[in-house]
Design a protein. Structure first.
Length: 256
């Protein structure tokens, strides 16, 4: 296993890239790396601005996808399944659009293909104003609870673990990432045209991504693998066995 600054790399076999979401870092994949590395060459990356790279500048979604390609080259992974949680799914779709020769599949883990609606953009701008006025502590406390379903939002052990993870994200990175998400392009047209397999792992209790909207988006896929779980936005935490079993089967399929 290789653990350099901002990277966990473990295992041999087909490539699998794991990209964290907003305010997260590659710590969220620690258990997943251990479970998947017996079958795949797993690379869990901190995007610039997060985790061990929290002093670096947050990139646009497109530039973050290029950064992922650079990390794959550094670790000699020519092609891979790109799996992204939430914002990481936006990066995975950008990689599929801009670097299709290096992507054998995309797994959207509690993520979707839509750009921000006007209302969503306005709410992000309000959040930015709040952060500038009051800092990030109260925001992150609320954010962590929204990662979990109602069944788990009062789990004090999980809340503390997740708070430790997200609290590593500097205020400037939180604000910058919000702007980058507002600016990102819509990718629903890509879902209609790509022949590369796309998986969607969807939580029916997700507070951040309406599962009905995601189901409608992925219904157009030529090669789709769609799973519904009774989980919240961080379903990989609430139902790790089910999520990782589905992801592993998808990676095998994409490389068969």
């Amino acid at each position: 296993m290789h653990m350099n600054e901002g990277v966990i790399n473990k295992g041999e076999g087909p490539g699998l890239i794991l990209i964290h979401g907003f305010c997260e870092n590659n710590w969220m994949w620690s258990d997943a790396v251990d479970r998947l590395a017996n079958r795949f060459n797993v690379l869990a990356i901190d995007l610039p601005g997060f985790g061990d790279r929290n002093e670096e500048t947050v990139l646009s979604i497109n530039d973050a996808a290029t950064f992922v390609m650079d990390q794959m080259s550094q670790y000699r992974i020519p092609k891979a399944v790109i799996a992204g949680h939430s914002m990481g799914g936006y990066v995975a779709l950008s990689a599929l659009r801009n670097h299709p020769d290096r992507v054998v599949g995309v797994s959207l883990i509690n993520s979707h293909a839509s750009a921000d609606t006007l209302l969503k953009s306005q709410n992000r701008l309000k959040t930015i104003e709040f952060l500038r006025n009051f800092g990030s502590e109260e925001f992150l406390q609320l954010f962590v609870k929204d990662l979990l379903s109602e069944d788990h939002e009062d789990n004090e052990v999980w809340i503390e673990e997740l708070h430790q993870m997200v609290s590593r994200t500097p205020l400037n990175s939180i604000i910058s990432a919000l702007y980058k998400m507002i600016e990102r392009r819509d990718q629903k047209d890509l879902l209609k045209t790509t022949n590369i397999p796309v998986q969607a792992l969807i939580g029916t209790q997700d507070k951040m991504a309406d599962f009905r909207e995601v189901l409608e988006q992925v219904s157009v896929l030529a090669v789709g693998d769609v799973h519904l779980f009774p989980s919240g936005h961080l379903g990989i935490k609430e139902m790790p066995e089910e999520y990782l079993r589905a992801l592993a089967k998808f990676v095998v399929f994409c490389n068969s």
